[in-house]
Design a protein around this ligand. Structure first.
Ligand SMILES: *Cc1c(COP(=O)(O)O)cnc(C)c1O
Length: 380
């Protein structure tokens, strides 16, 4: 079996976990929490990191921090995880969708302006599968309209974007918006099992985020509340793993890039599929190795995935668009809206084994098997 993902836990994880047990520091008050926050925010290159219990909570906390609330609108891509929409809804904000560009499966920023209203409080670019969203057009719109940018950087820890608008330099994902949220779920670049972080340069947003993830206790009088928060804290046990993982992040990214390049090379000449095209303005971290079948083949992703599963190769489907979720229609959202590129990606895209433990031989086995699968599915 070649699993779709497997974390690599061979650094100081065990040592730091033993420290938690030996010292009795297991809650969010323990020292690894601040250590991990500092190390990760340094890596992103921003001043503040506020750890939380998962990436979904990080999105909600970040939206709260920048002041998103009742009646506000947030523009985001339909092609994403449900967390982005639930984060808006829990704060009373209305999610407003745009489609994706087919080449990178990231937010189509050219569709954003048409969706801006006086209620638009924030735009949420979701960097996808290791590859950044094209940010310059959003920076320009932000200048014109004054909304906030919240990056969903769950899938791109370490990825970079070349911004002409910001003076012709490479910027790190997570450091480009007013605030960003990331996830440390077991399949992300670095993991704490479950976990997340909000990162920002802004002192006020950082303070609001820290308050929100800790029940909005007030520093001057702990059990007196003027705002509603939640317990989204990360434990010292999770942070122990996170700190050890963070120490290895550059090594992890080079493993991902190497495997990604091998996939790209071995699949380059295969007809009827396309593979993660890296834009000239992007440094991808190849979070997941995605393929999309040419619709002209008349084969859906699920057919190929089933074949690979039979051969012991794990894959995952692409996201089904937020506009295609009955749970939102019931709330009067998105019904009748059309995002055709999102629908195409869902139907024809999937990702291949992408874990850090993958060997070069396994990549070759996967690419050979994928070619067999295509042959088997095509009419002769
Ligand atoms: C994983 C992920 C999240 C949510 O993270 P969890 O830790 O699973 O809650 C949010 N956004 C994107 C794009 C993700 O890939």
């Amino acid at each position: 079996m070649i699993p779709v993902n497997e974390p690599l836990l061979q650094g100081n994880e065990k040592k730091y976990l033993a420290e938690c047990i030996d010292t009795g520091w297991i809650s969010s008050e323990g020292p690894f929490v601040r250590g991990f926050e500092e190390q990760f925010s340094d890596f992103i290159g921003v001043k503040h990191g506020i750890s939380v219990c998962n990436g979904t909570a990080a999105l909600e906390t970040a939206l709260y921090a920048i002041g998103v609330g009742e009646g506000d609108e947030v523009i985001l891509p339909s092609f994403t995880i449900i967390s982005c929409v639930t984060a808006c809804l829990r704060l009373g904000a209305k999610p407003v969708l745009v489609d994706i560009v087919p080449d990178t499966w990231t937010m189509d920023v050219s569709q954003v302006e048409a969706k801006i209203t006086p209620k638009t409080k924030a735009v949420m670019p979701v960097h996808m599968y290791g590859h950044p969203v094209e940010m310059d057009p959003l920076f320009q719109l932000q200048e014109n309209y004054g909304f906030k940018i919240i990056e969903d950087a769950a899938q791109v820890q370490g990825a970079e974007y070349y911004s002409v608008h910001r003076g012709g330099k490479w910027l790190k994902c997570g450091a480009m918006g007013d605030i960003a949220a990331t996830s440390f779920y077991a399949n992300k670049i670095i993991t704490t099992g479950e976990g997340g972080m909000v990162v920002t340069e802004n002192d006020d947003y950082a303070q609001r985020a820290r308050s929100y993830q800790n029940l909005c206790f007030r520093p001057e009088e702990r059990f007196f509340h003027t705002e509603l928060g939640y317990n989204f804290r990360m434990s010292n046990i999770q942070a122990a793993v996170g700190l050890a993982q963070c120490e290895q992040i550059e090594a992890f990214i080079s493993i991902k890039r190497k495997l990604g390049e091998q996939y790209a090379k071995e699949l380059a000449s295969v007809k009827g599929i396309r593979f993660m095209p890296i834009q000239p303005w992007a440094k991808s971290v190849y979070w997941m190795y995605c393929v999309e079948l040419d619709p002209a083949l008349g084969i859906e992703a699920s057919t190929i995935q089933a074949y690979l599963r039979e051969k012991g190769i794990g894959t995952r489907p692409f996201f089904k668009g937020m506009h295609a979720q009955p749970v939102f229609w019931e709330k009067g959202l998105f019904e009748g809206e059309a995002y055709p590129q999102t629908d195409l990606a869902y139907k024809y895209g999937f990702y291949l084994p992408s874990g850090l433990t993958l060997t070069a031989d396994q990549v070759s086995e996967v690419t050979a098997c994928l070619q067999e699968a295509l042959k088997a599915a095509l009419p002769v």
